[in-house]
Design a protein around this ligand. Sequence first.
Ligand code: NDP
Length: 246
Amino acid sequence: MQFKDRVVLVTGSTRGIGKAVAKAFAGEGATVIIMGRNPDQAAQTAAEITQKGGLADGYACDVTDLNQVQETVNKLLDKHKCIDILVNNAGITRDNLLFRIDDNDWDEVLKVNLKGTFNVTKVVARAMVKAKKGKIINMASVIGITGNVGQANYAASKAGIIGFSKSAAKELAFRGITVNVVAPGYIRTDMTDKLAQTVQQKVLEQIPLQRFGQVSDVAGVCLFLASKAADYITGQTIVVDGGLVI
Ligand code: NDP
């Protein structure tokens, strides 16, 4: 129970990687804050955790809206007093070739993935600075490192998260707050299940460990980065991709 008495906010935790991360923290005794845009899904995911004996609370919040983020964080700070660990995980894709990405698909991906990470970090880091402690983990992607055909908007947003996190790590270190990035490769979730079978097969052939990642592979790294064992690690990007990018 290494995270007993800790409050962990995981954005985009109503499904996929975020949900697995929230469950993993709950399994280690943390109180987890589930966040997504859909209030029913947020409440339902929190209920799933509490029914299994964990501590969880669900909040509906769109990370692209700074006012909503501020109001939601105020509410949850009133109730839970602090946020010890923040995992900025909410993210979307709107894949298309460069010439076919329209303004809306460009803006939406940058707004959710990059501005959303900025918004939540800005608001939560204030409370962490006051508390003189905190761990921030931002979810990027190997695509932010390598780029990918059909994902210029997504790659830009994830590369942006890596640069943003390095700056935040330098700015927040004076209060002992660490900021790190997890860059997953291909992890089985709704997001990757949308890919055509032929694309999935092609990707699989390039993964030295010969399997897609599981959400638990990413959750484990988040637990490590939030743990005491990682107290002296900040500004780093940990790639979780089965060796896809070596
Ligand atoms: P999913 O699509 O399964 O889940 C995305 C989550 O983000 C949902 O809970 C969704 O809830 C939430 N979300 C989306 N938009 C917003 C918003 N504006 N405000 C608040 N919450 C939002 O994605 P994955 O689990 O696959 O991915 C999670 C993260 O991991 C993303 O950042 C993704 O880029 C990254 N990643 C995933 C990889 C993979 O292979 N799956 C690989 C590399 C990185 P709701 O729709 O209800 O708001």
